[in-house]
Design a protein around this ligand. Sequence first.
Ligand SMILES: *[C@@H]1O[C@H](CO)[C@@H](O)[C@H](O)[C@H]1NC(C)=O
Ligand SMILES: *[C@@H]1O[C@H](CO)[C@@H](O)[C@H](O)[C@H]1NC(C)=O
Ligand SMILES: *[C@@H]1O[C@H](CO)[C@@H](O)[C@H](O)[C@H]1NC(C)=O
Ligand SMILES: *[C@@H]1O[C@H](CO)[C@@H](O)[C@H](O)[C@H]1NC(C)=O
Ligand SMILES: *[C@@H]1O[C@H](CO)[C@@H](O)[C@H](O)[C@H]1NC(C)=O
Length: 489
Amino acid sequence: MHFTPLLLLLPGLPLGVEAAETVLGAYIFHRHGDRTTKSYSPVSLTSLGAEQVYLSGSWYRNRYVAADAPARINGIAADVVKLSQLAVTSPVDNVLQNSAQVFLQGLYPPAGTASAQKLANGTVVNGPLGGYQYIPVNADSNSASSKQSEENGWLQGGSGCPNAIASSGSYFDSSEYLTKLAETKDFYQNLLPVYEQTFPSAKATFENAYTIYDFVHVSTIHNASDSIPSNDLLTPQTQQRLLTLASEHEWGLAFNSSEPIRAASGSVLAGHIVQALSTALTTPTSQKLTVQFGAYGTFMSFFGLSQAPAASADFYGIVDYASSFVFELVTDADPSSISTDDVGVRFLFVNGTASDANPPRAFSLFGQTETTLKWKDFESEMNKFSLHNMAEWCAACGSTEGVCAGSSSGSNVSSTVSGAGGSSSSGSGGISTAVAGVIGAMVTLAVILGLETLILGVGGLRVVKKKTLRQLDLAQKMSHDDASSMEKV
Ligand SMILES: *[C@@H]1O[C@H](CO)[C@@H](O)[C@H](O)[C@H]1NC(C)=O
Ligand SMILES: *[C@@H]1O[C@H](CO)[C@@H](O)[C@H](O)[C@H]1NC(C)=O
Ligand SMILES: *[C@@H]1O[C@H](CO)[C@@H](O)[C@H](O)[C@H]1NC(C)=O
Ligand SMILES: *[C@@H]1O[C@H](CO)[C@@H](O)[C@H](O)[C@H]1NC(C)=O
Ligand SMILES: *[C@@H]1O[C@H](CO)[C@@H](O)[C@H](O)[C@H]1NC(C)=O
């Protein structure tokens, strides 16, 4: 086993394709494309955003899927999708779900006559929309062989993790935050003429650094400049400062090295990545490519946990729309007879839409210098901060309610969720995909209902503990007044 030494040298190397290498599987994590501002609901994917994720999907098709792809995933269907090879998930959120759907049109475009089918009586049916391929988002169509689909429920529950919410919330008490709040008071107040209608004086502070940045950023993309009041205040330097401050604010909420639980969504993602790649490795006939859409906050949490900023300080910043990273499972050995010692994993990231002009680049993670790690080193690094199943999630999050009610009293949820072992049936005491979906919805609902109960029970407010009120306040602060979505996308 030898990984080309050139690739081991520096972070951020341009993407190369090695002659003898075989790609066995890949896991893509993706942000949505351009969208309307978070300040007004409903938030929706724009045409520009759809174009961005479509182009990204096409780029990944050309790298991993097409018949002539230079890094074609071993055995993957080139033109007509085989649903058992692909898993696509996204939190329940308009913008993310739509992005995933459009991305898939780039990955597997309408198949034309390739998807035509011949009936018993000889009639050939082409299907509608030129052989458009219907790829489910969120539903893993091969749940019997994939443990992953059964755990989507809690993947969506980053915002339902009490210890993570409390840790994020404590950012607002940190000296870092309070210093910045004071230091930037004038900066935000001076820009009032631009956004006063949306952010009156009391709201124009660092506390709303992200939503203010988002409002201005979206406006500079979509509003004619002469329609933006006092547009001359928005110099490139000012816009850059709005972004830098927003990044600092969001990083503070997403990650703290002293409190890893703050990055719970990154831990859950890491657990999924390891599981998905491990499936691709051990069951080559099954799932090979996983695509997960998620929030920029999850990028940050994951970057913090995996020490991406050691490779480049740029990882502290909010990633652009349609950004993605991918973990490739690669080998130089004959793919029909490999051992895990022959397998490596490489991390590639691209800020914004992937294209030939802006291709994903390899970076080293975990404070190491190599960009391709042996599978077992990768697995052990990831496992230092991964959450693998509902039992671990419940324990780490300090949640004893809802889906976690049973796990806290000693029952090992992981052994029912993922311990199927020899059994290929998901009906043998495991949690079915449908139930997991319901669980996901319930975790979110439980949070929302919990908040509503607090608000509606005005008469009962006296008996509400101080701590609970504080949690309500924090939840509101962190969801940026956007009741339609708990996800920070
Ligand atoms: C063949 O079967 C399909 C589906 O039942 C039907 O729509 C079609 O008219 C049939 N064609 C012929 C030539 O009988
Ligand atoms: C990070 O966590 C430590 C320990 O809990 C705390 O002292 C510090 O203020 C936190 N920093 C931020 C930015 O939240
Ligand atoms: C941009 O346009 C939207 C929709 O018309 C409007 O709500 C928003 O206030 C505008 N932004 C600015 C900064 O003027
Ligand atoms: C992505 O680009 C933005 C600027 O658009 C920057 O602030 C951020 O640091 C970049 N992130 C990475 C990882 O390159
Ligand atoms: C729970 O299951 C996991 C995975 O099967 C196992 O590693 C762990 O030891 C179990 N924990 C308990 C308390 O049984």
